[in-house]
Design a protein. Structure first.
Length: 161
């Protein structure tokens, strides 16, 4: 089992969107049994809350489930449990490192590092921009690229199903 944790600030806009979209792509590829997917936030304002209305609206429009998803905070154990921590922006990377300390097994990456041809390096925060479509387009592309990367590098194999 390969374990991926998406991380943003509030865990109500970007990382739940990434969790839901990536889970759907993984399911479509028949790899649900090979990859565990979760999301968390580095801030604690929205713990226990469902995804933001804007995130829910765009996932509904795409027919992507977010059932049962509730915001939680990043925990030190996440650095041991997960293989890959996928940060939405550079400030999340810094906050993850602070939350986990030195002792962590997980690789920490920016989500858009999988989309080197994107015109941005950080996934814009729709909590502030209001533009959930722009964020969805980037998350959708990055999700496809992340899955391709995991298969190409052999971190996940179709046989693991
Ligand atoms: P997210 O967006 O990190 O994409 O979930 C935010 C949600 C809430 C806040 C900041 C960002 N907030 O400050 O409450």
């Amino acid at each position: 089992m390969y374990r991926v944790l998406f991380v943003c600030l509030g865990n109500i806009c970007r990382s739940p969107m990434a969790e839901a979209v990536f889970r759907e792509r993984v399911a479509r590829a028949g790899l649900s049994g090979a990859i565990e997917i979760d999301s968390a936030g580095t801030g604690d304002w929205h713990l226990g809350k469902p995804p933001h209305e804007g995130t829910r609206r765009i996932l509904d429009a795409q027919g992507i489930s977010y059932e049962g998803m509730l915001a939680r905070g990043v925990r030190p154990e996440d650095g041991e449990r997960f293989d890959l921590l996928v940060a939405m922006d550079e400030s999340n990377v810094k906050a993850i490192r602070e939350a986990l300390g030195a002792k962590t097994r997980a690789e920490v990456v920016r989500f858009l590092s999988f989309v080197p041809d994107a015109r941005l390096t950080d996934v814009p925060d729709p909590y502030y921009t209001g533009d959930f479509e722009e964020t969805y387009a980037l998350i959708s592309e990055a999700s496809d690229r992340l899955l391709a990367h995991l298969l190409e590098t052999g971190k996940v194999t179709a046989a693991a199903r």
